[in-house]
Write a protein that binds this ligand. Structure first.
Ligand code: AGP
Length: 367
């Protein structure tokens, strides 16, 4: 796109296109190639304090919660610290146990989401330590936490979040790397992940080039009233976010499921009018994922498969969306990008105002 050409495009679209540069901003000055680690000055934690962390609990709402789930997976994988994510809107209401050796992380684009802010205040009231992963500098959550990571995504205006979510994942990758490198993550693995992070902007660029194909895929999906998004382990939060984005702006029903759980119930709903968008990365679960796709196909369910060029889908009748392969731990970032464009084009095909979806606000500041 040339300068000025995007002036009349929805903000969501321009924010999607900005991602190669916003990811670069999130990485700038934070990678230490020599020691294969990240430097996050704002954590306000020295290596000894980082090593003393026994558990990580991530809190956020909506899409931020889903990225938090991706982040928890990353932290467990790289730092081998038990980690999980929970909806901040629920957390306070179950009288949670706040432990001194748990690191709490509040994740929010706006920094103003009331449920996330109240969760932070509840944790701090009980003496817990909270970090923020926040985009808006000086926002309420940024002011309420003990330290944190700014996303540097730039202003995000569209209600449907895109570039801020991508930078959240990048921020969690940096946190996982730093936590990992004060523990058992080797320098070689640290360097491998740094190369992977540095490759992201160019790889995102490549995905954005496949926009016309994604527009066709979106047009097909927009015909369906209801659909599934499925993935396993690293791919499951990707599926959750893909379904969320589509619901928010196209008003089509989309349900995210773990691919492995399909056979325990929802397979009953699969038919030629209920498509499935499947996240099938090249990883240790590829064969199992492909086997599940055959189950869907046997029931005449239309398939869109978001995958890597290395994955052989055999005879499967599916619309294929390839994303470039990165390090396995970083693949979720790239698998999410085409789902943003699919949601955008589905909403556009249905004639909706993409930037102002009905019933939704950019940030939810009342309970
Ligand atoms: C994202 O597309 C949504 N509009 C929504 O789920 C959002 O992520 C959520 O409300 C949290 O907002 P925050 O990141 O500003 O806290």
């Amino acid at each position: 796109y040339e300068y000025g050409e995007l002036a009349d495009e929805p903000r969501m679209f321009t924010e999607i296109l900005e991602q190669p540069s916003s990811v670069e901003r999130a990485l700038r000055g934070r990678l230490d190639e020599r020691f294969g680690t990240a430097h996050l000055g704002g954590l306000n934690l020295d290596p000894r304090e980082l090593r003393a962390i026994r558990r990580v609990k991530i809190l956020g709402c909506g899409s931020a919660y889903y990225v938090g789930q991706m982040g928890a997976g990353l932290i467990e994988e790289l730092a081998r610290i038990p980690a999980d994510a929970e909806a901040a809107s629920e957390f306070r209401y179950r009288n949670p146990i706040i432990e001194p050796d748990t690191l709490y992380v509040a994740v929010s684009q706006s920094g103003e989401t009331i449920d996330t802010l109240l969760a932070v205040q509840e944790i701090r009231r009980k003496g817990g330590r909270v970090l923020g992963v926040v985009n808006v500098v000086g926002s309420a959550i940024a002011r309420a936490v003990d330290g944190g990571i700014y996303l540097h995504a730039g202003p995000e205006i569209a209600v449907a979040s895109t570039k801020a979510l991508t930078n959240m994942y990048v921020a969690f990758s940096l946190l996982a790397l730093q936590l990992g490198r004060v523990r058992d993550l080797s320098i070689a693995d640290g360097k491998r992940l740094i190369s992977g992070l540095q490759a992201l902007p160019t790889q995102i660029e490549e995905i954005l080039k496949s926009e016309s194909h994604l527009e066709e895929v979106a047009a097909r999906l927009a015909e369906a009233e209801s659909m599934f998004f499925v993935g396993r382990v690293r791919g499951y939060p990707v599926a959750r976010e893909g379904a969320q984005k589509l619901k928010e702006i196209s008003y089509r029903h989309a349900e995210a499921y773990q691919t492995s759980e399909l056979k325990h119930g929802p397979l009953a709903l699969i038919s030629e009018s209920v498509p499935t968008v499947a996240i099938v990365p090249q990883d240790e679960l590829t064969d199992r994922n492909v086997a599940a796709l055959h189950e869907i196909s046997a029931r005449r369910g239309p398939l869109v498969v978001v995958t890597h060029p290395e994955v052989d889908l055999g005879e499967l009748d599916a619309l294929r969306v390839d994303v470039p392969k990165n390090e396995v731990e970083l693949d979720p970032i790239l698998l999410t990008i085409p789902l943003q464009l699919i949601a955008f084009h589905a909403a556009k095909a249905l004639g909706h105002d993409v930037d102002k979806p009905r019933n939704l606000a950019k940030s939810v500041t009342v309970e």
